[in-house]
Write a new protein. Sequence first.
Length: 84
Amino acid sequence: MYICPNILCDIYMAKNNFFCKVFHLYYDGFRSMTLGKTLWAIILIKLFIIFAVLKVFFFPNFLKEHAQGNEAEFVATQLLDIKD
């Protein structure tokens, strides 16, 4: 079921409302985009690669590997530099 955003704006917001104007600005802009949609797709794919793929391979969970269940104690000893 498709509901036109203009109808939603009429029902939930007044026409002179700031949020309604901002919504219509972006909605009309994205609707008329041709090259921009492709560029946004490329940006989203790059963000997915940066945050999902690279995190798994290059940023291991250091605290989980070294604390062995006592995360608070491990952090405290590292901050205070207490030697046994």
